[in-house]
Write a new protein. Structure first.
Length: 305
């Protein structure tokens, strides 16, 4: 006769067997999982090592290219801007870019009349009406603003009226423009540039924030208006400036309205700075193009010397 004790012992044996099976199965699964994780870890470690090596190689190549450009750049641009004057407008970017471009302009035989630095207020949507009104108020006698009503074109028209040798007003009128813009906080105080034949607008990379596209468009239109006001202009930006929210990206996509403007999208490099000076010469000769390392640079790395 099968007793209750027999049933209890039998059930206990069954549950013990199940428990042992679960433990043994989990142990096997854990071993396989650990083996898979270890393999993935080793693979990722190999990929990191490979990518690090490739990155270091690219950095070495970039350093070598910059060194080459700094050594041959002066010879490549020598005499191209003899007797010509250049003014700089800084709208972002780095001071080292401006200093390098100024040095190359001098080595090309040109004269830099000065630099004006725009503040963040220029791109502030809340102050666009104020800047538009100021453009009309400060405009020198005899000068005309463009028919376009956007802030970039109006600001570029005002700057062009005092920066171009084609329409240079009296010193008093020009001084009133720079003082008015500085007092309103749209340009940094300092010595204003004199009238020039050509203008370089230096900018950073892609604009940031919710109004990034509008800011990029403003700077592109400002540069295009400076181009129309004088003998030519070059919009030169750092890496990222040719993106959809970068001034150069917007300028290249705009087509007709910015067709006469030359652009360089890698001014942070030695090659890009040389390309900026070569583009100034191209502007003097009536040409224009898109240069740099971005795929949208249809003219390649630089204009022909």
């Amino acid at each position: 006769m099968i007793s209750l004790r027999y049933h209890a012992v039998s059930l206990a044996a069954v549950f013990l067997a199940l428990a042992v099976g679960v433990v043994l199965g989990a142990s096997g699964l854990s071993d396989r999982l650990l083996a898979a994780v270890s393999a993935d870890r080793d693979d990722l470690s190999t990929q990191v090592t490979t990518l690090t090596t490739e990155r270091d190689a690219l950095l070495d190549e970039q350093a070598a290219a910059d060194q080459f450009a700094s050594r041959v750049g002066p010879a490549a641009v020598r005499g191209l801007l003899t007797g010509k004057s250049v003014a700089l407008v800084q709208a972002g970017g780095e001071q080292t870019d401006a200093e390098s471009v100024i040095r190359l302009v001098g080595q090309a035989g040109g004269t830099v009349t000065g630099t004006i630095t725009l503040t963040d207020a220029v791109g502030d949507p809340a102050r666009s009406d104020q800047l538009n009104a100021l453009a009309a108020e400060l405009l020198p006698a005899g000068a005309q603003l463009p028919s376009a009503s956007d802030t970039g074109s109006l600001a570029g028209g005002l700057l062009g009226s005092v920066m171009s040798t084609k329409s240079a007003p009296s010193a008093d009128q020009a001084g009133a423009v720079w003082t008015g813009l500085a007092d309103a906080g749209f340009v940094q105080p300092g010595t204003a540039p004199g009238p020039a034949d050509l203008v370089v607008v230096l900018t950073g990379g892609a604009a940031q924030g919710p109004d990034a596209g509008d800011l990029a468009a403003l700077l592109a239109r400002l540069a295009a208006q400076l181009d129309r006001a004088g003998a030519g202009a070059v919009l030169a930006g750092r890496e990222g400036s040719a993106s959809a929210t970068g001034p150069i990206g917007v300028a290249r996509a705009a087509g007709g309205s910015t067709a006469g403007l030359s652009t360089v999208d890698d001014v942070q490099t030695g090659a890009g700075r040389v390309a900026t000076v070569l583009a100034l010469k191209e502007q003097l000769d009536g040409g224009a193009g898109s240069y740099g390392s971005d795929r949208s640079a249809s003219g390649g790395s630089a204009p022909g010397a």
